[in-house]
Design a protein around this ligand. Structure first.
Ligand code: FAD
Length: 260
């Protein structure tokens, strides 16, 4: 993909954007001490899955620990997995996983769910799902780069226990990378960029693509697709600007009033 972009004249600069000023004309992007000026900008900074912060979580990521049921569910055919969380993400991931797993246990640190009623009902009605209330995962156990179980603590009694499991799905939500845009663009309650008519934000010339504006699909192919949409939107925007500038340059002078 990069080779193809190179061939068409795209330049790749490997630095993080530290600051942006979307209200300036042209738009300013400060990255690695340099200020870049641009008439159009596509924001595609992605989102990350929130994790529990357990020491073994990253060690076993991709080896029994996952934050994406759609991506990894297939690898848990006829296995016992747990989903950690009590919101919509956990209910959605748990319900999806029952297509593959033998059993799904939803582990939640409280005794009631935060998920929407419809998502709760769907999960509760699924015979392959059970709930473990007032419980938090305090460690992930495994050997040879494969999860074998979890260590649990009851949040009310403090009692410790272990549960053998084949997989741990962390379903506590996602965080879009929009910190540097706060106060400059409308974001939804979870920090995702709001777009309309394709990838357009509410600032002319600023577009958003991929997971940073999509909390529904969050897949590589949908992100790439919306990246393509944003590129087309940006190109059309710049083309329209050029025509508008050309039209105003070529506008005839207003007719002068004849001398009295
Ligand atoms: C473990 C895992 C497995 C997955 N498996 C699959 C799968 O099997 N199939 C599938 O379709 N999808 C899968 N996904 C989802 C897929 O990876 C994402 O949907 C996709 O990568 C989103 O693309 P994106 O370009 O929007 O964001 P990202 O791929 O997250 O890219 C965002 C980029 O922006 C950069 N960035 C962020 N902030 C700044 C900044 N301030 N300045 C400069 N750069 C910045 C980041 O460094 C990153 O390179 C998986 C995701 C995870 C986490």
């Amino acid at each position: 993909m990069r080779a193809q972009a190179d061939r068409f004249g795209a330049e790749l600069i490997r630095v993080d954007a530290d600051r942006v000023n979307l209200k300036a004309t042209p738009i300013e992007v400060v990255a690695g001490g340099t200020t870049f000026l641009t008439r159009s900008l596509v924001i595609a900074t992605g989102a990350y899955a929130k994790l529990l912060g357990l020491p073994n979580e990253s060690k076993f990521m991709g080896h029994g620990v996952s934050a994406c049921a759609t991506c990894d569910g297939f690898f848990f055919k006829d296995k016992h997995v747990i989903v950690v969380g009590g919101g919509d993400t956990a209910m959605e991931e748990g319900t999806f996983l029952t297509k593959f797993a033998k059993h799904v246990t939803i582990v939640h640190r409280r005794d009631e769910l935060r998920a929407s009623k419809i998502m709760q009902e769907r999960a509760r009605a699924n015979s392959k799902i059970s709930f473990l209330w007032d419980t938090e995962v305090i460690d992930i156990l495994g050997a040879e780069r494969q999860v074998t179980g979890v260590k649990l603590r009851n949040t009310k009694s403090g009692a410790l226990s272990q549960m053998p499991v084949d997989g741990v799905f962390v379903g506590i939500g996602h965080q879009p990378n929009t910190k540097l845009l706060e106060g400059q663009l409308p974001l939804d309650a979870n920090g995702y960029i709001l777009t309309r008519e394709g990838t357009q934000t509410n600032i002319p010339g600023v577009f958003a693509a991929g997971d940073v504006q999509d909390h529904v699909y969050r897949q590589a192919v949908t992100a790439a697709g919306s990246g393509c949409m944003a590129a087309i939107d940006a190109e059309r925007y710049l083309e329209a600007q050029k025509h508008a500038a050309g039209a105003s340059k070529g506008k005839p002078e207003p007719a002068k009033a004849p001398a009295a």
